[in-house]
Design a protein around this ligand. Structure first.
Ligand code: HXC
Length: 257
């Protein structure tokens, strides 16, 4: 795998994708988007991987879509090439995806963090949708996911004024799961990812699918999907193992398949 814009590694059952365009604060250009998608899809297909971490640098998770790449684009190019649609395919990855965010997570960077299943933030993390200052609006789901994460008032204020939110406000507002000291960010993300990757992979996929349904459908329909998935857990070896281990007072050994 010869990626130009990201670093990819595996640590046990955890796949780690690090955005690596330091000269542009990890601005998301088309090449980087294609690489992140390819790496995430490869991990998704790998039964040896149970969770994925997406991270950037200490200074920037990502400072947005690449403004220099976007600046000359015409409507017809954006529309016919369906710019930013790689990121929809990242949202379709089924393996749990954790964003470990330090520094700037702006514009497409904030949107990318929100595409992940949850965000662990360093104390220096800053989130924002400053597109409006560029004569643009978000285009990778920011208006929708921010509104769902923090509610209308803060989402509107951020999208209309372009102001950023620090890590403390982001945690208070429900945008991030947890804040940790910057030096502990990767350790904390790895601990969470290893915990998830130690669970049954099919059951973790079902858990993720069930929570995601909450954002797509009515309560009754969502509960219905949850019930069907819950019942299907009983068709797995891992449910038998998990419950036997509890009863026998020993740690479970999941088959992950
Ligand atoms: C291209 C970028 C960039 C970006 C930073 N750089 N953000 N290049 N696209 N989004 C580049 C700078 O041009 C500069 O390169 C280098 O990274 C370092 O940035 P500085 O500005 O010198 O750093 P600093 O002064 O620390 O300021 C950091 C910053 C600022 C506050 C994050 O860079 C900034 O405001 N960036 C843009 C943030 C933004 O508007 N994001 C939304 C983009 S629109 P050179 O070569 O000059 O040294 C978007 C649309 C999404 O995301 C729509 C759907 C995808």
């Amino acid at each position: 795998s010869d990626y130009q814009n990201i670093l990819v590694k595996e640590q046990g059952r955890v796949g780690i994708i690090t955005l690596n365009r330091p000269e542009a604060l990890n601005a998301l250009n088309a090449a980087l988007g294609a690489e992140v998608l390819a790496a995430a899809q490869a991990f998704d297909r790998d039964p040896g991987i149970g969770a994925i971490i997406l991270t950037g640098s200490e200074r920037a998770f990502a400072a947005g879509a690449d403004i220099k790449e976007m600046a000359p684009r015409t409507y017809m190019e954006m529309y016919t090439q369906d710019f930013f649609s790689d990121w929809d395919r990242l949202a379709a990855v089924r393996t749990p995806l954790i964003a470990a965010v330090a520094g700037h997570a702006l514009g497409g960077g904030c949107e990318l963090a929100m595409i992940c299943d949850f965000i662990i933030a360093a104390e220096n993390a800053k989130f924002g949708q400053p597109e409006i200052r560029l004569g643009l609006i978000p285009g990778m789901g920011g208006t929708q996911r921010l509104a769902r994460a923090v509610g209308k008032a803060k989402a509107m204020e951020m999208v209309l004024t372009g102001r950023t939110m620090d890590a403390a406000e982001a945690e208070r507002s429900g945008l991030v799961a947890r804040i940790v000291p910057a030096a502990d960010l990767m350790e904390a993300a790895l601990a969470a990812a290893e915990t998830i990757a130690g669970m049954s992979k099919p059951i973790a996929l079902m858990a993720k699918e069930a929570v995601n349904i909450a954002f797509e459908t009515s309560l009754a329909e969502g509960v219905h999907v949850e019930r069907r998935l819950n019942h299907s857990c009983f068709a797995t070896e891992d449910q038998k193992e998990g419950m036997a281990a509890f009863i026998e007072k020993r740690p479970p050994v999941f088959a992950h398949r």
